[in-house]
Ligand binder design. Structure first.
Ligand SMILES: Nc1nc2c(c(=O)[nH]1)N[C@H]1C(S)=C(S)[C@@H](COP(=O)(O)OP(=O)(O)OC[C@H]3O[C@@H](n4cnc5c(=O)[nH]c(N)nc54)[C@H](O)[C@@H]3O)O[C@H]1N2
Ligand SMILES: Nc1nc2c(c(=O)[nH]1)N[C@H]1C(S)=C(S)[C@@H](COP(=O)(O)OP(=O)(O)OC[C@H]3O[C@@H](n4cnc5c(=O)[nH]c(N)nc54)[C@H](O)[C@@H]3O)O[C@H]1N2
Ligand code: SF4
Ligand SMILES: [Mo]
Length: 891
């Protein structure tokens, strides 16, 4: 409020990861927002990570799509929705319902998801709606269905507090679920033990009690070996198996097909025998064990088998449905769960119903939709293949960026470019996928949307609007309903508000429900006020509306006989083996401070400082073998394509493996995109791609010149130029790093492309080498700095970047072209703590000043005291500096 009195906080939910933290937001003026963690939300009890804490920096209207567009023409909603409806209807009339598709996202709200699914499966009559959860959760879903009879996540976050042992399987929780990780870290004080199973020594693995750096894709071998060992020791729960589990004998028979001795298992997994035995012993000794599994398990051509192998170990030991004991598939996106509930996947119907004839008939009855699809549709990879070969002629993409995030992204781009009709709904105007859209539909963003999401522990929370809808943007569910109306299905899509959609959805979960665990009967008929006030609650929700924290407490599962299934699984290793041409296993995943394709976290300058450029991590010995050194631009090639990234040499990487982050796009680093490299090998059951392994090779890029440009505006890579280009947003300017292999003409073309800004030019050039330095100043405001070199080092960028935030002091003019301040050089080093903006130098100084623990660093510098996701990195710096000191002292 203008008079400065207290503005009421709005409680909502973070739009990023599946932890589902409660956020309390206070809107100051127009689009300015202060956020803090909601202390009353059970998922986070007031904590937020670096991404959640910087939400306020992402709610401006810069870069938003604010009006529907047909081609490059802004149009009204009726024209846009009318065209989408007409083209979809015509395509269906001519080629049948399976000639169209929706590709949706775990970042839609449950209400959006429900409406999209109702339109495609119920009224268009095709199963062709799939979601980016196919790239994320599909393997866990399939494993849950086989073992439990339905896609049911057994545990809850309280189990993570109560556990005595937590196993992280392919899960870098310290970076990807930081608030939960912090919660578990707190339990270590009372003795909770952590084991990380990951080929890389991630920040999660680094601080764990035990790290098993297994060879890529060997998880099934490891978990089968564990189960065999448990059976051998008599450490399984025979009475639980007798009462509640089918299939134990067939699993035992399958185990007998291979040598399960710890020595054989350790050898195949590339592990130290003693480490493996330590793990087996810890698991055997600890009834309260939670096994978290994430993308290192799911994103595999044997992702379902990996999940089942983990579930088998828990079923055989009866460690499920008990406080502190469960297998726990952790979800990535804020509403991955909601999508699974409402039938966002091509192979399920809404409300955890499948394509069994009875289910189809029931859903059709409920919807009054006799055309309801009787069969599943195409899964994501097959769906884009069908777009490529012309079977699908119209596709509508909502809240996901497949031109970046799908495997073999080059082929997906080809498919989109060929597709006769592409519709994209997004809140941002210039995503890589938007570039292919014939019709662009402006969606509400986080902070404007209103509805529900379900987190990893089945907890339904409200996302609430903080701002009014900007421009013409509309809620996703409403956009879909308007198109449905224009297609002639209006009666079934006539909700007035999200609460009306939610009520219909809850009624469906309860409809003729004799055995489905997913039942929201207690929320049926919620009034608008109740919906507005809805407190976070875990499904199933009965009449008392208290919800259900833990499933299977009575040992009953959702199978016909109420017993869980242990399923025999055999280890297969990677889908494609490495060979002399492609000797390295390319693994991909997330960095700490960015969210996926960076359309939103990319708006917060602070989130760029931890890892500003695409990189490839390589073991020093593998790098040495091909002449790649620390910090050089490096080509990474697979049979699918090539990318160029900065080499980071580290022994945290296994020999024979390399790692690239997934986040870079055409918008930020066209040649740094990981997914042009990824082969689309999928799990035969789940259809989930093997994102964690593609055979690859690396070589130095060997640029002939390089440079950087700091400008008030951001520049995309010059059209047609064969440069390695990175655009790195800063607080008051954009830093661009580039390199090329061409000659003077290439450098001149770049200068022409960027043009000349306003102001006075200070410059230095050396025609002999082609080196060039320019600074443009208007008044005492710095407009641009351009440095180009054909050899030698370039100065640090930090001081120059900082100058854009202030006036250029007269003394600085003299040293601008050296890139150095007149006085001592500022060098904060890369950011370690994004929340408190603390860099490596500050931390190193504190260590040298005597701070000997993560806590002491926190007390002196503030680093690590907010979300804590940098704590492992701080611990590593302390250890490294202490080691250095010891060696120096000894010498
Ligand atoms: N900062 C941040 N957090 C996020 C996201 C983000 O974009 N940024 N995205 C969210 C989403 S949607 C998701 S799905 C989650 C994902 O969360 P995580 O699954 O934790 O993230 P990833 O980095 O994809 O992969 C996890 C680990 O799997 C390991 N791995 C690779 N191959 C294997 C293998 O064969 N076996 C085993 N055991 N491990 C292997 C990788 O080395 C990697 O460290 O994160 C969520 N949280
Ligand atoms: N190599 C490799 N590839 C991977 C992975 C990997 O580990 N390795 N991980 C995979 C996984 S687990 C995931 S989840 C995917 C994620 O990949 P994507 O889903 O493609 O990534 P996002 O950047 O989250 O895309 C979300 C898009 O929706 C927009 N958006 C945000 N909110 C809304 C909204 O409310 N409405 C609408 N209409 N639009 C909105 C955003 O601006 C953005 O363009 O990537 C997958 N790809
Ligand atoms: S852990 Fe971070 S990204 Fe995930 S929900 Fe919480 S604040 Fe958001
Ligand atoms: Mo994900």
């Amino acid at each position: 409020m203008a008079d400065g009195s207290l503005v009421p906080a709005v409680k909502t939910t973070c739009p990023y990861c599946g932890v589902g933290c409660g956020v309390s937001g206070v809107v100051a003026q127009a689009r300015s927002l202060a956020v803090s963690g909601d202390v009353a939300h059970p998922a986070n009890e007031g904590r937020l990570c670096s991404k959640g804490s910087t939400l306020g920096a992402t709610v401006g209207l810069e870069g938003r799509l604010l009006s529907p567009m047909i081609g490059e023409r802004e149009v009204g909603w009726s024209e846009a929705a009318g065209l989408v409806a007409r083209r979809f209807s015509q395509t269906i009339a001519r080629y049948g319902p399976d000639s169209v598709a929706f590709y949706v996202s775990g970042q839609l709200l449950t209400e959006d998801y429900y409406v999209a699914n109702k339109l495609m499966k119920g009224f268009i009559g095709s199963g062709n709606i799939d979601t980016n959860s196919r790239l994320c959760m599909a393997s866990a879903v399939a494993a849950h269905k086989q073992a439990f009879g339905a896609d049911l996540a057994p545990g809850c976050y309280e189990d993570l507090d109560l556990a005595d042992l937590v196993v992280f399987s392919g899960h870098n929780a310290a970076w990807t679920h930081p608030v939960l990780f912090r919660r578990m870290e707190a339990q270590r004080a009372r003795g909770q033990k952590h084991v990380a199973i990951d080929p890389r020594r991630t920040d999660t693995a680094e601080v764990a009690d035990l790290h098993l750096a297994l060879a890529p894709q060997m998880d099934v071998r490891l978990w089968n070996g564990l189960l065999a060992d448990l059976i051998g020791r008599g450490a399984i729960d025979r009475s639980f198996i007798a009462e509640h589990v089918n299939g134990f004998a067939s699993v035992e028979a399958e185990l007998a097909q291979a040598d399960q001795s710890p020595a054989a298992v350790a050898a195949d997994c590339g592990l130290d025998l003693a480490d493996l035995q330590t793990f087996f012993q810890m698991f055997a000794d600890t009834p309260k064990t939670v096994s978290l599994f994430s993308m290192g398990a799911n994103q595999s051509a044997q992702g379902v088998a990996k999940g089942l192998a983990i579930l088998n170990a828990h079923l055989a030991t009866g460690r499920i449905g008990k406080p502190g004991a469960c297998p726990f598939s952790i979800t990535g996106q804020p509403n991955a769960m909601g999508g699974r509930e409402t039938g966002g996947m091509a192979n399920t119907l809404a409300g955890h119903m499948d394509f069994a004839p009875d289910d189809v008939a029931r859903v059709a009855r409920f919807w009054g939709a006799p055309k309801t699809s009787p069969k599943p549709g195409l899964k994501a990879v097959d769906m884009f293949e069908a777009v490529h070969d012309g079977r699908i002629k119209a596709i509508w993409v909502m809240a996901t960026n497949p031109a970046v995030s799908m495997p073999d992204a080059g082929r997906v781009r080809e498919a989109l470019a060929k597709c006769p009709f592409v519709v994209v709904s997004d809140c941002m105007a210039d995503t890589d996928t938007m570039a292919f859209a014939h019709v662009k539909l402006p969606a509400l963003a986080w902070g404007e949307k209103d509805g529900t999401v379900t987190n990893s522990e089945r907890r339904i929370s409200r996302q609430r609007a903080l701002f009014p809808a900007p421009g013409q943007a509309k809620a996703d569910w409403r956009i879909i309903a308007e198109v449905a109306d224009a297609m002639g299905f209006g009666d079934a899509f006539s909700w007035a508000r999200p609460a009306s959609v939610f009520r219909e959805w809850t009624r469906l979960t309860a409809f003729e429900n004799l055995s489905r665990t997913l039942n929201l009967s207690g929320l049926v008929g919620l009034s608008q006020a109740d919906y507005d006030e809805l407190a976070p609650v875990q499904w199933p929700v009965g009449a008392d509306r208290l919800g259900t924290p833990r499933l299977f407490t009575d040992g009953r599962f959702q199978t016909p006989d109420g017993r869980a299934n242990m399923m025999p699984v055999a280890s297969k290793g990677p889908a494609t083996a490495c060979d002399p041409a492609f000797p390295l296993s390319l693994n991909t995943g997330r960095i700490r401070d960015q969210w996926h394709t960076m359309t939103r976290t990319g708006l917060a300058a602070d989130l760029w400082r931890h890892a500003p450029e695409p990189f490839v991590e390589i073991h020093p010995e593998d790098a040495a073998a091909v002449g790649v050194t620390e910090g050089v631009l490096t080509r990474v090639q697979t049979v699918r394509g090539e990318a160029v990234a900065i080499a980071r040499l580290t022994d945290r990487q296994r020999r024979g493996g390399i790692f690239m982050p997934i986040h870079w796009t055409k918008a930020y680093a066209p040649s740094g995109r990981s997914n042009t490299l990824i082969a689309p090998s999928v799990d035969a059951t789940s259809g989930q791609p093997e994102f964690k392994h593609t055979p690859a090779w690396v070589r130095a890029y060997r640029e002939t010149w390089k440079g950087f440009l700091i400008d008030r505006r951001g520049f995309a890579q010059p059209e047609g130029a064969d440069l390695i280009w990175r655009r790195i947003p800063q607080t008051a300017c954009t830093l661009h790093e580039f390199a090329g292999r061409g000659d003077e003409d290439e450098r001149e073309a770049l200068r022409r492309w960027i043009g000349e800004p306003l102001g006075e030019l200070l410059s230095y050039g050396d025609p002999a080498t082609g080196a060039r330095r320019e600074a443009w100043i208007s008044g005492d405001r710095l407009e641009r700095v351009l440095f180009v070199a054909t050899g030698g080092a370039l100065p640090p960028r930090e001081w120059l970047v900082d100058l854009f935030e202030q006036n250029v002091p007269p003394a600085a003019r003299a040293t601008l072209l050296f890139g150095r301040p007149p006085g001592p050089v500022i060098d904060r080093g890369p950011t370690v703590c994004a929340c408190l903006k603390v860099g490596t130098r500050t931390i190193d100084d504190a260590v040298r000043g005597g701070a000997a623990s993560v806590e002491a660093i926190g007390a002196t510098t503030g680093a690590g005291t907010n979300c804590g996701s940098c704590r492992p990195e701080i611990a590593r710096r302390i250890a490294a500096l202490n080691m250095l000191k010891e060696t120096q002292d000894a010498a």
